[in-house]
Each structure stands twice: as C-alpha cells, then as structure tokens.
Design a protein around this ligand. Structure first.
Ligand code: NAP
Length: 247
C-alpha cells in the first residue's frame, strides 16, 4: 500500500457504509471494510473505491461476534501494513416491533450488532490507535438514539448506547490524540428505510423541517469531516445529520 491513511469501515457493502467507503476513498484513504452477507455488493464497493486510485479490500466478518471482529482487524492490519487511522462503526440492523410483541431474540440481536459490534471494533481500534497516538473513531448512531421512537425500543436502546460509548471513549482516549464522535442520521434513503410503507415514509417526511429524506452521501460527507484534520478539536460529540429532525 502507498503512504496513505487507512480507514476501516464496518458494513461497507451497501447503503450508508458504501457511501462512506467511497467518500473516504475520494479523500485518498485506503479502505478496508467488512460485510456480513452481501459478497457481490461488497465487491461493487471495492471497485467504486478503487476508481479513486486507492487500495480497497472487503473482508467477511460478523460484527456481533467478538472473535470475528478481532480477526477482521488483524486481517486489516496485514493488508494495511499495520496502519489504522480511521474506524467507522456503521454496520447496523433493525428488528422493529412494539415491546409487548418483541421477542428476546429481536431485542438481543439488535444490541449484539449495533452496540456490541461497536464495542468490539472500538476496543480493537483503541489498542492500535493508542500506540499510534493518533486516530479517529466515528460511530453511526441515529436520531432514534437521541429522541426515541415507538416500535424501536431495541434499536433506540442500541443507538443511545452507542452515544454513551462514544462520549466515554472520547474521554478515555483524548490524551492520545484520538477523536471519538458519533453521527446521528435522520431518515436516509437506503435498503433499511425502503421496507417502510409509503404512508409511514410520508408521515416521517412531513415531520422533517427540510421536508425530505437524506441521502447516504449526506452522512458520508459528515464522516469525511470528522475523519479529516478540520475536526481535530472536536471529540465526544453527536452530530445530527437529519434535515432538522432533532431541534
Ligand atoms: P443497510 O442499507 O441495511 O446496510 C447495512 C449494512 O450493515 C450492510 O452493509 C450490511 O452488510 C451491514 N451489516 C449488517 N449486519 C452486519 C453484521 N452482523 N456484521 C457486519 N456487517 C453487517 O443500512 P443503512 O441504512 O446503510 O444503515 C447504516 C447505519 O446507519 C446503521 O448503523 C443504521 O442503524 C444507521 N442509520 C440509518 C438510518 C437510515 O435512515 N437509513 C438512519 C439512522 C441511522 P451485508 O449487506 O453484507 O449483510
């Protein structure tokens, strides 16, 4: 690999994760991301990143599995020659339902992927970044983690947990010049929101001051800022990228 920064991104095969990989590649970073089930989509992301002249690799790893996260980071370090300047914890899932009908499995699965995955990956990254005395950790939370949402107790708990993790880790790692921040997207057009009915989407859009859903690139642009030196004095913050939903 050339002398470029390396960004490790979780869930880069599609949606917001893909847009983040491509945006950081455009900034000149080498990209190593993981995916869970979308091998073909992951290879498309690799090609889109390489179009920007950087190295890009996709690794299969389930972020809800601690050992798989350790293995993914070990593989990433081999590919990058030991470098990892940026970590973006983006992989996430929903299993929506009202609490009275929510199974233990649906609650636990969402916590396992969204919150524990963020913890496993951040712990691996912290070990490397502390030695480097440099790093940027960017966690993708959600406006739902800030304001709650009926039918998403599991998801809201996981995303509020990500915010608590972000603030605590920012305090732990500040002395080593490591920035830890979260982004809270509002309603963004991806596969995750494509399953919502037209009526639900319309109701949600009506509640957005900008009266429109956001694009994956809107989140990627905010990640690019937090991954850049222009945000070097910002840590422990939650940046809502939501067309004004959380005001
Ligand atoms: P998406 O289109 O459903 O994509 C999810 C990505 O996460 C895919 O690349 C998927 O990989 C990966 N992933 C899922 N489970 C995984 C696991 N166990 N291990 C590794 N990777 C896994 O979702 P999105 O809309 O882009 O959302 C990205 C992030 O933004 C999530 O954290 C989500 O909660 C957050 N967010 C989204 C919105 C929104 O409106 N879309 C709003 C707020 C927050 P495979 O395809 O390979 O399985």
């Amino acid at each position: 690999m050339e002398n470029r920064k390396t960004a490790v991104v979780t869930g880069g095969s599609r949606g917001i994760g893909r847009a983040i990989c491509v945006r950081l590649a455009k900034m000149g970073m080498n990209i190593i991301f993981n995916y869970n089930s979308g091998e073909e989509a992951a290879q498309e992301t690799v090609a889109l990143c390489r179009d920007h002249g950087v190295d890009a690799y996709a690794v299969h790893a389930d972020v809800s599995d601690s050992a798989a996260c350790a293995g993914f980071v070990a593989e990433a370090l081999k590919l990058s020659g030991g470098r990892m300047e940026v970590l973006v914890n983006n992989a996430g899932i929903t299993r929506d339902g009202l609490i009275m009908r929510m199974s233990d499995e649906d609650f636990e699965k969402v916590i396992d992927v969204n919150l524990k995955g963020c913890f496993y990956m951040s712990r691996e990254a912290a070990r490397i970044m502390m030695k480097q005395r440099y790093g940027k950790i960017i966690n993708i939370s959600s406006v739902v983690g800030v304001m709650g949402n009926a039918g998403q107790t599991n998801y809201a708990a996981s995303k509020a947990g990500v915010i608590g993790l972000t603030k605590s880790l920012a305090k732990e790692l500040a002395s080593r010049k490591i920035n830890v921040n979260a982004i809270a997207p509002g309603m963004i057009e991806t596969d995750m929101t494509s399953v919502l009915s037209a009526a639900v989407k319309e109701k949600m859009t009506e509640a957005i001051p900008f009266k429109a859903a956001g694009k994956a690139e809107d989140i990627a642009n905010a990640v690019a800022f937090l991954a850049s030196e222009e945000s070097c004095y910002i840590t422990g913050q939650v940046l809502c990228v939501d067309g004004g939903m959380v005001i």
